[in-house]
Design a protein around this ligand. Structure first.
Ligand code: F6R
Length: 261
């Protein structure tokens, strides 16, 4: 696992975007796993600039959102279908037909989850999964106690997650109680994981994910198990890392052949 600590949240977005842009340049039809929430917004804003300037062409890139609320109409501004359309597909110039979001309104949710897994498999899997992390350590909406082998399925959102996400809604009660999320097993199958976190309220979750025991108590700790995981955080989110000085040292002394920016 590579841990990159950067001075500001803006730089987190910049460096993570550079990694993703590099992949799409090398492989124009790359399959991206798309997180929503506030953490990746700076990444998408940077990628949109690269798309507008013609530096990177996302028109053939494919995408699978990490998760979706259950029961929220697709046209609701906080449905992840809406967020993916307004923050990702449109600004990056992706082909909407090549970008999928789990169906949180399917009459048979379990069948829809299985179909989502088949759709990911049918394109050869996700090349690069973008991740944020919840204050309670969740990745996707895999809340604490999620199985490491879990696949896309329905989950109950933890009360803390609903409270944290209330800022996107009019009131806490409007946050749906359930979601559909790629499983930890689905996430582990991606070729590469890039997790971003900004701000002091993520410091504890980042420390537990990066340096704590690998445990479903902190689902983000699965990154330690992945062959190619990069964690990009700002100083505030890095505040709980015991080995921060070592991570800074390795990043500063990275050999040229290992650089991705
Ligand atoms: C969103 C997702 C979640 C968020 C996490 C952090 O698709 O999967 O795991 O990444 O809840 O949310 P923010 O970024 O809003 O702090």
């Amino acid at each position: 696992m590579e841990i990159v600590i950067l001075p500001t949240a803006a730089e987190v977005g910049h460096i993570a975007a550079a990694k993703i842009a590099g992949l799409v340049t090398r492989k124009p039809d790359a399959v991206l796993g798309l997180a929503t929430g506030s953490s990746p917004l700076a990444i998408y804003a940077e990628l949109a600039i690269l798309a507008r300037s013609g530096e990177v062409d996302f028109s053939r890139a494919r995408g699978f959102a990490l998760d979706e609320y259950v029961g929220l109409p697709v046209e609701h501004p906080q449905s992840y279908a809406s967020v993916i359309r307004t923050e990702v597909t449109q600004p990056l110039g992706m082909d909407a037909a090549l970008v999928r979001v789990p169906d949180g309104l399917a009459p048979d949710l379990a069948a829809a989850c299985e179909e989502y897994e088949r759709a990911i498999a049918s394109v050869g899997g996700i090349d690069l999964q973008i991740l944020g992390i919840g204050a309670n350590g969740h990745v996707g909406f895999n809340e604490p106690s999620s199985s490491f082998q879990s696949r896309t399925r329905i989950k109950t959102l933890a009360p803390q997650t609903r409270a944290d996400n209330a800022r996107f809604f009019g009131s806490p009660d409007e946050v749906p109680t359930h979601c559909v999320t790629q499983g930890l097993g689905t996430i582990l199958d991606a070729g590469e994981l890039v997790m971003v976190a900004q701000g002091a309220n993520k410091a504890d979750a980042v420390a537990r994910a990066v340096e704590g025991p690998i445990s479903s108590r902190c689902p983000g700790s699965i990154l330690q198990w992945h062959r190619r995981a990069t964690v990009i955080v700002d100083e505030a989110a890095a505040a709980g890392l015991e080995l921060a000085a070592y991570y800074r040292y390795t990043y500063e002394n990275k050999p040229d052949w290992q650089r991705w920016i």
